[in-house]
Design a protein around this ligand. Structure first.
Ligand SMILES: *Cc1c(COP(=O)(O)O)cnc(C)c1O
Length: 396
């Protein structure tokens, strides 16, 4: 082997910042971990996080929740999805997305993706025009943003409400506008492998006060919604407080304390991720058999993972590439497995929903690879990893 084996860990995140550890310790010492367990006049960590995140995101309302999946579920309920309703979503996403649709009794109606791993907007237009669904849950899977202007246009034309799954696009933008601000709701995750790390956690944002009042009651606000950091005016709660069931999905003070200092570093971390992405991407350009998705000028992405595909070769060849990379210490995920391995992004492994024909997506996933880029890797590490992948591809 020309290059030495890579010894780093693809699942090792950076430590939680000292400032966040100090804030978490203060919460623990206070014994008041529940978001509504506050002293007189005290704002609390959760309300402060909501206020700060809403401001950062550039929206009036933010609600802190237990997970990104819960943020999606509550968003679906709050736009009025009822049992039996179809919900449009990408065929290429992660299991929590169809899982959330299923949890509210909805039926996923899957839309194809294109060669650049974005939603296939032609297929979306056809399915939107069919009138079968009133809600589109677009999942910006692996941080790839489709043409957001066209997406919004199609939704408006067919009277479809747009919810964004921004688990991989926190801090990303389309034509300067933050991902999450294109539809009625943005759903974010603060789970360990996303862009801020509280172990588990979610944030739901919106510009719509009635939507957010319904979501807040559903999160389990015990009618204490006046203690929120970025919530709608009290009159918006008049009806929802009697009509919305409690789904108990509140974020606790400990996680909020850990997240607030990370918010200040988010923009800088996005840049650090992108330096790492660029280092791998530059190296991979040398491999004639690997194709990288092209990224449009309007897209500002956060390169916390990278995807590429093999231009030729069958299943065995793809398996071989995973093996050759593993020998070199490079951990690739391959989306073409027949069976789910450690994660599920294949619609064929979601047996709880109606099987659907998605030939374009299937053909893309059959040769698609994915690699995480944790910030514990240096830019030099990423260059090295890129060279190892090229070497493995040449050895096929
Ligand atoms: C992680 C993830 C979610 C859900 O986040 P959790 O906080 O783990 O529930 C949703 N969508 C995608 C694409 C994800 O990767």
């Amino acid at each position: 082997m020309a290059h030495p084996r890579f010894e780093g860990s693809f699942t090792q995140q950076e430590p939680i910042p000292d400032e966040a550890i100090a804030a978490a310790t203060r919460v623990l010492q206070s014994g008041r971990l529940h978001r509504y367990n506050l002293g007189p006049g005290e704002e609390g960590e959760v309300a402060a996080l909501e206020r700060e995140y809403a401001q950062w995101q550039g929206v009036p309302y933010c609600l802190a929740l237990t997970s990104g999946g819960q943020a999606i579920q509550i968003a679906l309920r709050a736009v009025g999805v009822e049992p039996g309703d179809h919900v449009l979503t990408n065929a290429f996403t992660l299991a929590p997305v169809p899982g959330a649709i299923h949890a509210v009794g909805g039926k996923p109606l899957l839309v194809e993706i294109d060669d650049n791993l974005c939603l296939d907007l032609d297929d979306f237009e056809t399915k939107a025009a069919s009138g079968r669904a009133k809600v589109m849950l677009v999942s910006h899977m692996r941080g790839h943003l489709c043409d957001m202007e066209r997406l919004v246009q199609i939704c408006e034309h067919h009277n479809i409400q747009l919810i964004e799954d921004c688990a991989h696009t926190m801090a990303a933008r389309w034509a300067g506008k933050r991902s999450g601000n294109f539809g009625i709701a943005g759903c974010f995750s603060t789970q360990t492998y996303k862009h801020m790390n509280s172990g588990e956690g979610g944030l739901l944002t919106s510009h719509d006060p009635d939507f957010m009042a319904r979501a807040t009651i559903m999160s389990g606000s015990y009618m204490l919604f006046e203690r929120h950091g970025a919530g709608p005016a009290l009159e918006h709660f008049d009806r929802p407080r009697f009509e919305q069931p409690n789904n108990s999905a509140r974020m606790d003070a400990l996680r909020a304390a850990i997240l607030r200092p990370q918010l200040g570093a988010l923009e800088a971390n996005a840049e650090r991720w992108n330096q790492r992405y660029a280092a791998v991407e530059d190296a991979l350009r040398a491999a004639s058999r690997l194709r990288l998705p092209s990224r449009p000028n309007q897209e500002y992405f956060v390169g916390s993972s990278i995807q590429f595909s093999l231009t030729d070769g069958d299943e065995a060849r793809c398996q071989q590439l995973v093996g050759l990379c593993a020998e070199r210490g490079v951990e690739l995920k391959w989306f073409g497995h027949k069976e789910p391995h450690g994660f599920t992004s294949s619609h064929r492994s979601w047996h709880y929903m109606q099987a659907q024909e998605l030939p374009r997506t299937d053909a893309i996933l059959a040769r698609l690879f994915d690699m995480r880029l944790p910030l514990t890797f240096s830019v030099a590490d990423c260059r090295h990893i890129g060279q190892l992948i090229v070497e493995a591809a040449e050895a096929l």
